[in-house]
Design a protein around this ligand. Structure first.
Ligand SMILES: Cc1cc2nc3c(=O)[nH]c(=O)nc-3n(C[C@H](O)[C@H](O)[C@H](O)COP(=O)(O)OP(=O)(O)OC[C@H]3O[C@@H](n4cnc5c(N)ncnc54)[C@H](O)[C@@H]3O)c2cc1C
Length: 320
């Protein structure tokens, strides 16, 4: 029992999370000396299948109609059935809302161990080990999974993709999953897509409660446009209704991993930092020299944002 299963959602496509997840799965399977199988739930386009095939030893696409839309009960039943069939040593899911919802329940059904928010996976003394941040990223814990399989949700966007080189088989299966009446989607709202998804953005300009209202976000928008960046915000700014809830970054918002995260008038509460910990470089502008955000950033400016944002946007637009 040394195989690894990775779980992909067909609708999400071949995004950075899928690439990182398969990268992590490939490396773990190689370390264990086993095969990497990828299970795809929901409609999978050709681009996703071709890309997954180039990394995994096999790609199993579940074609049941009951899996066309996400339903926790049907998805759990499908993953349980597939994992019982393949008997893997480890099952990896992304650190998205579905992965977090399904992984602990899947571990229970398979009689295995669950651990989440993994930034590193390893094998030592025959044990599967997960490295994860704890206390809002202030410390790191290494957890040994004592039961098999280890069901792990990983910070997939922070994981390096694997080189394409495999020629995995593709298998289309029907798992016989019946519709589950316990949970039913009664409405669906598709978020208007503007530019790159926040989770995939390379540059992010983010504003907090210190901006004092919705209008200053327009100044931040001018800066973001000059930089070619996406906009984000703290929960306090979203809860105040200044910007859409979809901009929220953090523990209960989106987990981002840009090259540059510019936090403006954001204090740096641990719940916010949890969502930005995978950023390559964090910069902050805050007028309080003791703001916790300065402990997490590579570059910090103690200043009133009003004195900085406008001139910086103007300077950058002149050079772009
Ligand atoms: C269970 C739970 C989950 C949570 N999840 C999230 C989450 O996902 N994301 C999240 O963001 N928060 C989350 N929070 C809330 C979090 O604890 C903080 O309350 C929130 O992040 C604070 O937002 P803020 O930094 O914008 O506001 P504040 O903490 O009020 O900070 C505002 C900052 O602006 C600075 N400032 C003020 N005026 C200026 C100026 N003119 N120029 C420059 N700087 C200025 C201040 O010095 C201050 O540091 C969660 C909380 C809980 C309990």
């Amino acid at each position: 029992m040394s195989d690894v299963v990775t779980c992909l959602w067909g609708r999400a496509g071949w995004d950075r999370a899928a690439q990182g997840l398969l990268g992590a799965g490939r490396r773990l399977a190689d370390e264990l000396g086993g095969k990497l199988r990828t299970i795809v739930l929901g409609p999978a386009d050709e681009a996703l299948v071709t890309a997954a095939q180039a990394v995994a030893d096999s790609v199993v696409i579940a074609e049941d109609e009951t899996l066309a839309e996400y339903n926790p009960e049907s998805y759990l039943a499908a993953l349980t059935a597939a994992c019982q069939k393949f008997a893997p040593r480890a099952v990896l899911l992304g650190n998205d809302a579905y992965g977090q919802e399904l992984a602990p329940r899947l571990a229970h059904r398979l009689g295995g161990s669950a651990a989440g928010d993994a930034v590193e996976l390893s094998v030592a003394d025959g044990q599967l080990r997960v490295t994860r941040g704890v206390y809002g990223g202030k410390a790191t814990a290494v957890i040994a999974l004592m039961k098999s399989p280890g069901v792990i949700w990983v910070r997939a966007r922070a994981m390096a993709p694997a080189d394409a080189g495999a020629a995995g088989e593709v298998e289309r299966v029907r798992l016989g999953i019946a519709a589950d009446p316990r949970v039913k989607a009664i409405a669906r709202h598709v978020e208007a897509k503007e530019g790159v998804r926040l989770e995939d953005a390379q540059l992010i300009v983010s504003g907090g409660r210190g901006l004092g209202g919705p209008e200053p976000f327009q100044k931040l928008q001018a800066l973001a446009t000059a930089m070619g960046a996406q906009m984000a915000a703290s929960r306090a700014a979203c809860d105040a209704g200044w910007v859409p809830a979809s901009w929220q970054v953090g523990q209960t918002g989106k987990k981002v991993a840009p090259q540059l995260y510019l936090a403006i008038a954001i204090s740096g509460a641990s719940q916010h930092v949890m969502g930005i910990a995978d950023s390559k470089v964090i910069c902050a502008i805050n007028r309080d020299p003791d703001a916790p955000i300065f402990k997490h950033c590579a570059f910090g400016l103690v200043e009133d944002y009003e004195k900085v944002v406008g001139p910086l946007a103007e300077k950058l637009s002149r050079h772009s």
